[in-house]
Design a protein around this ligand. Sequence first.
Ligand code: GLU
Length: 292
Amino acid sequence: MSTVVTRFAPSPTGELHLGHAFAALTAWHRARDAGGRFLLRLEDIDPTRCRPAFAAAIVADLTWLGLDWDGAVRVQSEHLDDYRAVLARLEARGLVYPCFCTRAEIARELAASAAAPHAPDGAALYPGTCRRLGPAERAARRAAGQSFALRLDMERALAALTEPLTWREEGEATLPCHPERFGDVVLARKDAPASYHLCVTHDDACQGVTLVTRGIDLKPATAVHRLLQALLGWPAPAYAHHRLLTDPAGRRLAKRDGAATLRSLRASGLTPAAVRALAGWPDAGSPAPAPP
Ligand code: GLU
């Protein structure tokens, strides 16, 4: 049987709270309980939101919590050339195009259109303005130094598939994928040379991840990830999307809502074992505490 490889892949945009601890412990247990490998990856490609101080705090908090990982921490911002190379492959196949639109222009266009469909993540679908630009116009705008994002041409990408797209979700029948619901997703941003969808699929493949455990909020995006894996010839990991921890009112824990950070729980005198238990993973043999 092949080795289970899981990962925890936080973005260093703030301090970790109990919801992150639950996600990290879930991935760690799935690997360790199967004698597999657990990886830590910092998804820090968004320069506007990520901070090195948060990255350092994540490593320190997970270590304090009692987690260990195999190999070095992968830091995405140190691998930008890898992502550029993947984009060049997709561009050479005509599957991505430059998008020069500003947010305001997209908003104006959407406001003027009769229907503005939304992706499963709530974002309005890109209306396709720059997909319709001719090669000369694209070249001229690039030559003039206009900044651009790179978008996946969803229609062409789907047409390039050689077999139906599905994904394996643990505990469920094989699921059909509908990446078209996301429209022409951004694969490289104007302010960052790659996007979440591209980096996460690239890294899961290059790190040999066999089981992606992550919050259920990211489940719909798996359709886009499976599409990229199929287009790029990368293996398909299994997926296990887990529940999100909530506060007593049933709201998802979020740093912006003042969810207790691991730092503050530690400062209040709690032990790592107590915090593991609060995060839904009591040590074997100890009773589960009341939920936080
Ligand atoms: N970096 C993502 C986040 O912090 C998680 C990526 C993933 O697990 O696929 O939300």
